[in-house]
Design a protein around this ligand. Structure first.
Ligand code: PEP
Length: 250
């Protein structure tokens, strides 16, 4: 079983001051050696600050997106090499907000995953269905197509160097969580899709994870932790979710 992992996705939130306070709160609560691994994905402009504040800790960090290109005339974009240079460990690719608001296709997400891997970053590849797709029983087909596009670009064996996050779009930021059984069904499907290459790939669940539902979700056979949005902006709540991940490793 992969080591449990909890990643905070701060999205477009924070200021220098609130970032410092949030990390201070987290560092006070999550000290020393733990079985679960913890990371936060911050807005680009705060990565240097996050790197400085987390330098002596075991908490890792990353970004929420990247360019598929190496360098050049791509105004406003940030490359994988730049994220590596900022000592990021992770980068989220294909978050549903990027797929919907920025119209990112499965192929573009695959290009981004490839760029991340080439720079030594671990891509957190987000997959998941909309409410409409779930209601028309298309969940597994949608997730399969999202995973397949990445496998075709990076080679299925490279799934071993990634993290996959199942995030049903209807559960993100809505307060609606997939039931542990609904989530496990898709997680076990993802595990089968990844095949032998994915035996140690953490498969995270994301979508309104809170301290009171985290442990039951994380106890499912193929759920290895969580990608946490709203609750990652609160040091106490986020720590409680990290503690739930620690307990499943017992
Ligand atoms: C997310 O944005 O990845 C997410 C899961 O958000 P929330 O926890 O707020 O639903």
């Amino acid at each position: 079983m992969p080591r449990p992992l909890v990643v905070g996705n701060w999205k477009m939130n924070g200021s220098r001051r609130s970032t410092a306070e949030l990390l201070e709160g987290l560092l006070q609560r999550w000290q020393g050696v733990h079985k679960a691994e913890v990371a936060v994905c911050a807005p680009f402009v705060y990565l240097a600050q996050v790197g400085r504040q987390l330098a002596d800790s075991r908490i890792r960090y990353g970004a929420q997106d990247l360019s598929p290109h190496d360098d050049g005339a791509y105004t406003g974009d940030i490359s994988a090499a730049m994220l590596s240079d900022m000592l990021c460990s992770f980068v989220i690719v294909g978050h549903s907000e990027r797929r919907s608001i920025h119209r990112e296709s499965n192929e573009l997400v695959a290009e981004k995953a490839a760029a991340a891997l080439a720079a030594g970053l671990t891509p957190i590849i987000c997959v998941g269905e909309s409410l409409e797709q779930r209601e028309s029983n298309e969940t597994l087909q949608v997730v399969e197509a999202q995973l397949k596009a990445v496998a075709e670009r990076i080679g299925a064996e490279r799934y071993a160097s990634t993290v996959v996050a199942y995030e049903p779009v209807w559960a993100i930021g809505t307060g609606k969580t997939a039931s542990p059984e609904q989530a496990q069904e898709v997680h076990s499907f993802i595990r089968r899709q990844l095949g032998a290459n994915g035996a140690d790939t953490p498969i995270l669940y994301g979508g309104s994870v809170k301290p009171d539902n985290a442990e039951e979700l994380f106890r499912q056979a193929d759920i290895d932790g969580g990608l946490i949005g709203g609750a990652s902006l609160d040091a106490e709540q986020f720590t409680q979710i990290c503690e739930a991940a620690d307990r499943i490793a017992d």
